[in-house]
Design a binder for this molecule. Structure first.
Ligand code: PMV
Length: 345
């Protein structure tokens, strides 16, 4: 008998950055993210347990992609105690991303969260417990996603997610993320994220190498303390509808700190491109001139995430087209926004 599960799972963008890990993908500091919508992975998993010829086939949009098989096999070995049926199963994974390949957007959060959701779902089917998803179910899926890619554990929740044990935050844990959408003011529930594609090149530095750079870095302990502090501050700020200025200060500082850390190692990385710096300056100038609460954040790459309240969408997109696309590769950008989390399809 073959069991099937299909999920659509989004990417997420961290406001407080996870950078530095230990043991099995446990974070050195807590992080907080917006769940996105347009940037997502759609995945189908087919499992035939106790197959006469167990094995794994990984496809992208119907075409075999052997390079991903090794990554997924490593992940399967990390979750084999939870899903013992994996060892003897014949498994076919087929996925597709909505965001263009080569747009410099990392797919690990959406892909690994989609895979975690499919696995958790199939596990329930195999055990005759396919009764839908309660809070505990999402928590289990988040933990599985974390083992695939740390930041993926935050993608399973709508609107926003918090990952990492934090003093004073009930149920927060290093093992899994918790939903955070109910803890933030309505203005953030439909925040926009226009992703300005500065470079379409693949990531120059893997996040594994980036996390490793934190080990032994002179500023590491200071950074972890700062991130913990920023997280608590941002949680307070985002409860209030009228504190966008303070939101902007922390979010931009977190983005720049992430890149400053990468520039501080013995083997430094500079992942910003000239266009990244030009965009940051344009954003600062525009905010000063117009008073519109628009800000940026960065992932571990050159692309700029432009964050702003929905009410400014038309004005901001005009400005994006007239000015900011000058700094984008082939004028490319992706219109995304805070979204409703994964969906079973
Ligand atoms: O999940 P990883 O191991 O790819 O790490 C992601 C780290 C950042 O994207 C740079 C920040 C974050 O919190 O998402």
């Amino acid at each position: 008998m073959t069991y099937t599960s299909s999920w659509r799972s989004p990417s997420n963008i961290a406001l407080i950055k996870y950078w530095g890990k230990h043991s099995l993908q446990l974070p050195r500091n807590p992080s907080l993210s917006f769940t996105l919508s347009a940037c997502h992975t759609q995945m189908k998993l087919e499992v035939t347990p106790e197959a006469s010829t167990p094995g794994l086939v990984v496809m992208y949009d119907g075409t075999p992609r052997p390079p991903f098989e090794l990554k997924i096999k490593t992940f399967f070995s990390l979750v084999s105690d939870r899903f013992p049926w994996l060892a003897q199963a014949s498994i076919v994974i087929d996925s597709v991303n909505t965001f263009p390949h080569g747009a410099g957007i990392a797919s690990s959060a959406s892909a690994m969260s989609a895979l975690a959701l499919c696995l958790t779902d199939i596990h329930d089917q195999l055990n005759g417990q396919d009764h839908g998803q309660d809070a505990d179910w999402w928590c289990r899926a988040s933990e599985v996603a974390r083992l695939g890619s740390g930041s993926a554990c935050r993608s399973v929740y709508p609107v926003a997610a918090l990952w990492g044990a934090s003093s004073g935050i009930a149920d927060s844990s290093d093992e899994y993320a918790i939903p955070w959408g109910n803890e933030i003011a309505p203005v953030y529930h439909d925040f926009q994220d226009t992703i300005l594609i500065v470079s379409t090149k693949e990531k120059a530095v893997s996040s594994t190498a980036g996390h490793k750079l934190m080990e032994g870095l002179a500023y590491a302990d200071t950074r972890y303390a700062e991130a913990k502090n920023n997280l608590l501050k941002l949680c307070d700020i985002m409860r209030r509808p009228d504190a966008l200025d303070q939101f902007i200060t922390i979010v931009e500082s977190e983005a720049l700190q992430l890149h400053a850390l990468m520039m501080s190692g013995d083997t430094p990385f500079i992942l910003m491109e000239p266009g990244t710096i030009s965009l940051i300056k344009e954003i600062w100038h525009y905010r000063k001139e117009t008073g519109i609460p628009v800000c940026f954040t960065l992932d571990a790459g050159p692309n700029v995430h432009l964050l702003y309240p929905k009410e400014y969408t038309a004005t901001i997109l005009e400005w994006v087209k007239s000015t900011l696309t000058t700094y984008c590769a082939e004028g490319r950008y992706i219109k995304d926004h805070v979204g409703n989390g994964p969906e079973k399809v």
